[in-house]
Design a protein around this ligand. Sequence first.
Ligand SMILES: [Zn+2]
Ligand SMILES: [Zn+2]
Length: 135
Amino acid sequence: MREPTSMDECVYHTIQTIGKGKARLWVLRENCLECGKALMSKPKDPKTGRFKTRSKEYICSECGHTEDIEEYAEKLNASIQYTCPKCEHKGELEVPFKRKKTKFFDEMKKKEVRKLALIFNCQKCNEEIKVIKLK
Ligand SMILES: [Zn+2]
Ligand SMILES: [Zn+2]
């Protein structure tokens, strides 16, 4: 499992406490899906030469192919390290970064809300573990 050395390498990264357990999930940037020659990155501001960190798109510096970041992430794999909230098993796995709407009890709002989540099962006790999209 490839771990990021900086947040820069990640399309998405989150660490969440889930009951007695926790999960760290990340999605690494990959080479362009069109030409495969360059790592997808945020577009650069032509004036300053700096990356536009708030951009909602990635661009390939070789062929100019662009991808919406959310859509791009769904084509990639997520790496997960977790401690199961039920059996406390520590495990890691890779799954496609496909999130779906799920019910989630929001501790702040004290009610159930629907959120996008990546759902996987504990490799030991099969408990369903949800990593919620927080923003
Ligand atoms: Zn390309
Ligand atoms: Zn478990």
